[in-house]
Design a protein around this ligand. Sequence first.
Ligand code: 6PG
Length: 263
Amino acid sequence: MDPAVAARVRSFSDLGTASRALAQRVVGLARGALSTRGRCGIGLSGGSTPEALFGLFSTELRSSVEWERLDYFWADERAVPPSDPRSNFGLAQREWLGSLTLPDSQVHRIRGEAETPEEAAAEYEAALRGYRAEGRGAEAPLFDILLLGIGRDGHTASLFPGSPTLSDSSSWALVERHPALEPFVPRISLGLAALNRSRFVGFLVAGAEKREALLRVLRTSTDAELPPCGLVHGLESTEWFVDREALGPDDLGPATPSAPSHR
Ligand code: 6PG
C-alpha cells in the first residue's frame, strides 16, 4: 500500500474509538475554521455509522466548539420526510442538532418531502451555490469539513457503482432514483463536483462488510477501477477512521508502489 495513503488511514479497536478520534479531529478543524475564516461549513453523512459520532458532539464535546456558528449541510438525503426513521437529517437532528439553538439559515436541509426529488435537488443546488457565493471566491472550497461513510458496495453519499451520477461532473446536487442498496427510495445526493470541494474529508467506516470496498480503495491504482468512495478527495486532506473489522493493522502492511499518492 502506498505509504502516503496508509498514513491517512487509522484503524481503531471499535467504532466508538474511531468515532471519538474523528470527533476530536473535527473539533480541531472547526475551531481552526472559525478562528481563521470566521465561518465553518460542515457536510454530514447519513446512514447509521455516524450516530455515535453525532452523539459525542452533543454531549462530551458540546462546549469544545461554538457549534451554533457552523453551517450544516448533508452529503445526501432519502426522499422521505424528516420524521421518517430513514431520514439522514432526522438522525442528525435527534443525535446532535436538536440540542443546539440554530437559525434555519444555518441548517441547509435537503427537503426529502418535496413533491419530487428533482425539486429537492434543484433547491439544494441553489442553496449550495448561494452559500459558496457569500463572501467566498469562485474557486473557494464549499465545505471546510465533509463527513462521509461508505456502503458495502463502495458507494458514498448516494453515488453508487455504475450509476450515471458518477459521470455528472457539474451538478452539485443530483437525484439517484435507483439506489443499489437499501433503503430503496429515491435519493438526493451531492455530486462529485461538490463532494470534492471540501478542505477536509473524513470517512468513518466500521464492520467487516465494508472491508472489501475499503481494500479496493486503498489498493487500486486507477480511478476507473475505484468504487465511488475512492473518487472523493479533500482539497487539503482525506482521512479514514476505520474499525478493526473493516481494516486491521495487518492490512496497512508494507507499502505497495501501485496506489497513487494523491489518495
Ligand atoms: C446514506 C448515506 C450513505 C452511508 C452508507 C453507509 O444515505 O445511506 O449517506 O452513503 O454513509 O450507506 O451506511 P451505514 O452507515 O448505515 O452503513
